[in-house]
Design a protein around this ligand. Structure first.
Ligand code: SF4
Length: 421
């Protein structure tokens, strides 16, 4: 099936939504509205408690620049200022945009912020990255200290996060002169719950044979959730459209890889500069990366596949609970349990571990995780490839595909052996 036939309506809506997000932010910032730059895991629903707060997400901006092949150009601007090429490419790209005053960013860069909010649970680099903006713009940087996640969140950790949310609310009230409304947060939570219900329905179509989705679809469509659309009716509408359209295509017999022979699982951030080439090349060999740890974690806690339902009656506690949603802060056991569940639930034939030059926290324990998976699932071969999620200069297509082809051969060999026995 041609790519354009896939999820046409949702793709159009996605373009519209993201265009709205960037344009609206720019226009409102020009009118003098209060602009906040947040790290990707900071709960947008909390900020919805303030009217007219403009929310921008540098990581999302970097991913978009990388998908539009502008990663190296922007990263080089940051590198020319002395930032090492070994630093995360998200940081280098967005800093490049900031240093170049939006030049080479497809949207002319993000509107200048009044406040920065980051957190510690994904990586310490992110805090230092936001500190660069703190120095350059001479504006406050609020850091949420989120405990790492080796098991189910402890009550003391949850309370610790809630206390910081309260401090953050007071801080924004003082700084912006805006009044906080908990009722608006409750409303945003209701929308997020509905949105995640549809998102999970969409991801769930990966369980079908052939899979109704490709992980590449999920990479692309996660964007509005990581923007100010989160906690609004628009995101509910979008994820519902996405799930409904996927279902309708499946009913018509349309699948990302119709003759799917190999169902693969992806572990790490999306290769933003390779979405189309990688999915097309895989489809030619009847392989589909049907699911990804990266997009599965949205709306969940501690690697579960099922969505975590936020409680609008306990808004701050609920939002503190979902600080344990992303993969980076997980310990090995948690990652192993999550991946095992995915392998079984989605009938995975092989796992593509992506050692990411940029994201050390996601990559650091992948070799141990791969060993554990191989021991527990000897019939599910694994491969380790090297990718940088946003810097194409650190990607070698030939080497990557050579390894993926080896994985496919291993899957075939396991199948042959099981037929013989
Ligand atoms: S290193 Fe990983 S977690 Fe940290 S900012 Fe980069 S992509 Fe995000």
């Amino acid at each position: 099936m041609s790519k354009s036939r896939r999820l046409e309506k949702s793709a159009k809506n996605l373009t519209k939504m993201m265009g709205m997000y960037y344009t609206y932010n720019k226009i409102q910032a020009k009118k003098g509205k209060f602009v906040v730059w947040i790290a990707i895991v900071v709960p947008v629903e909390l900020l919805k408690g303030f009217d007219d707060l403009i929310i921008a997400v540098p990581e999302n901006h970097s991913a978009m620049c990388a998908a539009k092949k502008l990663g190296p150009t922007l990263a080089e601007t940051a590198e020319s200022k002395g930032f090492s090429m070994d630093l995360c490419s998200y940081a280098r790209i967005d800093m490049g945009s900031m240093f170049g005053d939006g030049e080479n960013s497809p949207i002319g860069g993000l509107p200048k912020p009044d406040l920065l909010i980051s957190n510690t649970n994904n990586c310490s680099l992110l805090v230092k990255w936001f500190d660069v903006y703190h120095r350059e713009y001479d504006i406050p940087h609020f850091i949420l200290d989120i405990p790492f996640c080796y098991e189910e969140q402890k009550e003391k950790d949850l309370e610790y996060i809630v206390r910081q949310y309260r401090e953050l609310i007071d801080f924004i009230e003082d700084l912006s002169g805006k009044e906080f409304s908990i009722e608006k947060v409750k409303e945003a939570i209701k929308y997020s719950n509905q949105a995640m219900k549809h998102w999970k329905r969409f991801l769930g179509y990966a369980a079908h044979h052939p899979s109704g989705i490709s992980a590449f679809d999920s990479f692309v469509h996660m964007a509005p959730y990581l923007s100010s659309h989160r906690g609004t009716p628009l995101i509910v509408e979008h994820f519902k459209m996405l799930a409904d359209e996927t279902q309708a295509l499946m009913e018509e017999g349309e699948y990302p890889v119709k003759n799917e022979k190999y169902r693969l699982l992806w572990d790490n951030i999306a290769p933003w500069h390779q979405l189309r080439p990688m999915s097309s090349k895989l489809a030619k060999i009847d392989a589909n990366i049907i699911y990804a740890t990266y997009t599965s974690c949205m709306g969940t806690v501690e690697g579960e596949i099922e969505r975590y339902s936020l409680d609008p009656n306990k808004p701050l506690r609920s939002l503190a609970r979902i600080q344990n949603s992303t993969v980076c802060p997980y310990g090995l056991e948690l990652r192993f349990n999550a991946m095992s569940e995915m392998i079984e639930w989605f009938d995975i034939d092989g796992v593509v571990f992506t050692s990411n030059f940029s994201c050390k926290p996601y990559s650091v324990m992948q070799l141990d995780l791969m060993r554990k998976i191989q021991e527990s699932y000897p019939k599910v071969p694994c491969v380790m490839i090297n990718v940088d999620h946003a810097d194409v200069r650190k990607y070698n297509e030939e080497k990557v595909f050579l390894k993926i082809e080896t994985l496919i051969e291993e899957i075939e060999s396991i199948r042959e052996k099981s037929i013989e026995s």
